[in-house]
Design a protein around this ligand. Structure first.
Ligand SMILES: Nc1ncnc2c1ncn2[C@@H]1O[C@H](COP(=O)(O)OP(=O)(O)OP(=O)(O)O)[C@@H](O)[C@H]1O
Ligand SMILES: O=P(O)(O)OC[C@H]1O[C@H](OP(=O)(O)OP(=O)(O)O)[C@H](O)[C@@H]1O
Length: 216
């Protein structure tokens, strides 16, 4: 195992919202991912680097040791399964909720009451399957990789399960949130073997992150 500490982040909100936590640990990223096309970003510490990966790939990188630690949403972690990952901290960043949404005018409550089979399009099939199983509602899940909002508008599905924050995306597409059911935030994930082998350097970093978690 190399002597470098590698942190996996995704571009956008996770990168931006992790920066203050890194600063609290005395780490400054020396390149701006929005300006550079580099995927490996150096920091002010010669033994720490940041790698940029897709949000959904963070658990895979960390689980397999391609990175020692990373930051990933609870949604991504549930869908991945979390194998090989130690999850010491809820960082309380990138906060949103998982919700059921339908086209304006679709009577979701009635469909549930009547026990009709509801067609649900989502990227989050594990979370959605569990949610509807808990409710005892029969659904046909349709796996999508993006633009879920289109599914009820085109007749592909009756409902979607997607992340909601301000609600602007739903509103812009004439959809309504009918059932928020899971609070989402991002967590610090650490490779279990790395934690043992690099404990002396990882522990202070984890502690600094813990002390800097934003309050509600
Ligand atoms: N609108 C939002 N507001 C706050 N947090 C969000 C929002 N959308 C997503 N998130 C959280 O931020 C994480 C990263 O989201 P981001 O949009 O950067 O990646 P993504 O496009 O979902 O992933 P990928 O590129 O792998 O498809 C999500 O896993 C989720 O936990
Ligand atoms: O309720 P809202 O505030 O509209 O946020 C919800 C949207 O955010 C996420 O997408 P994405 O990461 O593409 O959103 P972004 O536009 O914030 O990047 C999510 O998949 C929703 O589409």
């Amino acid at each position: 195992m190399s002597d470098m500490i590698t942190l996996a982040l995704s571009k956008g909100r996770i990168f931006e919202e992790t920066l203050p936590l890194l600063a609290a640990a005395g780490i400054e990223v020396l390149e701006d991912p929005e300006k550079s096309r580099k995927l490996i970003l150096p920091t002010n510490r010669a033994d720490v680097q940041v790698v940029l990966v897709r949000a959904t790939d963070v658990p895979t990188y960390v689980g397999h040791g391609g990175a020692d630690l990373g930051v990933a949403g609870k949604d991504v972690l549930i869908e991945h399964g979390g194998e090989g990952l130690y999850q010491p901290l809820d960082l309380n960043i990138a906060r949103c909720r998982m919700s059921v949404a339908v086209r304006e005018g679709f009577d979701y409550e009635a469909a549930v009451r009547q026990g009709s089979r509801i067609r649900v399009a989502t990227k989050y099939t594990t979370i959605a399957r569990q949610h509807f199983a808990d409710k005892g509602v029969h659904v046909d899940l349709i796996k999508l990789y993006g633009s879920m909002e289109l599914a009820p508008l085109t007749g592909l599905a009756d409902a979607i399960v997607d992340l909601v924050s301000t609600g602007k995306t739903l509103k812009a597409n004439h959809l309504v949130e009918v059932e928020p059911f899971m609070e989402i935030s991002s967590r610090l994930v650490v490779n279990q073997a790395a934690l043992k082998l690099k404990r002396d350097r990882l522990r202070p970093l984890i502690d600094a992150f813990a002390a800097a978690i934003p309050k509600d």
